[in-house]
Design a protein around this ligand. Structure first.
Ligand SMILES: [Zn+2]
Ligand SMILES: [Zn+2]
Length: 153
């Protein structure tokens, strides 16, 4: 049997490697891996994220919750709003995940906790009504005053 596909077709069939995103907290006690596709990648300007991360804004990537696996340590949880659980490292405090009952199949992962955060660029700004006045937005990305309609910070 000859090669398939024939070289003349100019195509090769290759298993596309599944995307695996790894990351973890500052001290290394909590490590995770997320597989699949990040459905949304956003900047969140809400006050809750700001305080949870101690940062002016927080980039998040949304994955299927079933695709996130904690590979080392234990994710601690803090219910920052009704139906919301923020995951963090109890040793160093790094903010790692956000889960909302309003999006029960999703988990948001803090992009800045990824080993290769440059791979997931935010595509929009959420909760711009909470944005700090000294933080300019000049990237041309869409801006939404609040969330995408299903929750609050
Ligand atoms: Zn840690
Ligand atoms: Zn937020």
């Amino acid at each position: 049997m000859g090669r398939w596909p024939p070289a003349a077709l100019g195509v090769t069939f290759r298993r596309v490697p599944e995307s695996i995103y790894t990351g973890g907290c500052l001290c290394g006690a909590v490590r995770y891996e997320a597989r699949g596709v990040a459905r949304y990648v956003c900047y969140c300007h809400c006050e809750s994220c700001r305080r949870a991360a101690g940062a002016a804004l927080v980039p998040w990537a949304t994955f299927e919750r079933a695709q996130l696996r904690i590979t080392h340590g234990t994710l601690a949880g803090y219910p920052s709003s009704a139906g919301v659980l923020r995951g963090f490292c109890s040793a160093c405090g790094t903010s790692l995940t956000y889960q909302s009952e309003a999006r029960a199949a999703d988990v948001d992962i803090a992009v800045a906790s990824l080993d290769e955060p440059a791979a997931l660029a935010p595509r929009m700004h959420l909760w711009v009504q909470d944005k700090l006045p000294w933080l300019p937005i000049s990237d041309g990305l869409p801006q939404y005053p609040a969330g995408l309609g299903d929750e609050d910070g």
